[in-house]
Ligand binder design. Sequence first.
Ligand code: AMP
Length: 187
Amino acid sequence: MNDLRPVPAADMHAPSPAPEAALVRAYVGLGANLGEPVAQLNGALAALAALPATRVAGVSSLYRSAPVGYLDQPDFYNAVAALDTALSPQALLAALLDIERRGGRERAFRNAPRTIDLDLLLYGAQTVSEPGLTVPHPRLGQRAFVVQPLAELAPQCVVPGAGEVRTLLAAVAAQPIERIGALQPPA
Ligand code: AMP
């Protein structure tokens, strides 16, 4: 309902709306299976918290799952973080790739072991389809290690084109995944 009452003079000089108003809720998938995966995920979480115009709004539990695709490699550790950010999707992806680079990730081959993998899963209700960036992440609904932590964090969050996150759980229910603890939330 519109409020048409006149604005009291004192309120006219109130500070402009908090910059919070421009923030978008984005979800980032974190994964690692080489070196010290849990330490690397905590490091990546701290790096996300240190991004400009961004705060970590929530973090899922930590999950462990067997590799898919290339099987001769250690188990994966995964989690999902919710970010409130004023960065554009492109700037956020560039920041994620930079954190991966600093984490020493090497792209040897598809589904290869990795020290740290960061995926931009969702950026508000927006869709992006351009060279180098697709949002929602194209494989979001296919992997239990993404759907499970995302559903824990935001079961009613709507994935454009796919519906509420919790409705995606059934499709990945056969993939074994174990909830093993929590990451260290950045201070
Ligand atoms: P991967 O190594 O499988 O995580 O793929 C990384 C590449 O996928 C990057 O070079 C990105 O440009 C591209 N990419 C496209 N869409 C996304 C997304 N939503 N999140 C992360 N990377 C993406």
